[in-house]
Design a protein around this ligand. Sequence first.
Ligand SMILES: [Ca+2]
Length: 163
Amino acid sequence: MNFAFNNVGFLAALAGTGGAAGNLIPDMTSATAPEGEASADSEVSTREAWRAMDRDDSTVWQASTSPPASWFLKYEFDSAQTAVRWAISADQFNQAPTDMKLQGSNDDAAWTDLDDLGGLSWTTGERKEWTFTNSTAYLYYRVLITDVPISTPRLRGFELFAS
Ligand SMILES: [Ca+2]
């Protein structure tokens, strides 16, 4: 028995692949499990929206709609959450968003801009996070992507945090 060694492994698992501890979005195993719903306006077969919310850097969401277009990746909570920080993990550097917004909604129709980023550049596999000012609990959060360097958006991870 080596509990110290095992604890190190456990902590490394929490902080390592798939993002940071405290993610409000649960570790998704399908579009609707364990709860809520992950979706996108388009997705490639086997690269579904929920694979950006499965805390696994070896899986990706990839949009299937060709440019020129915008694309979104969305999560619906079972109960409204007040997020103030978010993170995106890129896959291929040139399929990561250069321009995107984080938006919140409580009816899946009217969206409030929570963050608006432009001119981003990425390295393959890079994770970036940003904070924003928000005191409203939203049921829906989405990443609205308006530009990627080539092809369509392809992301390893999308995370939301309450602090
Ligand atoms: Ca993933």
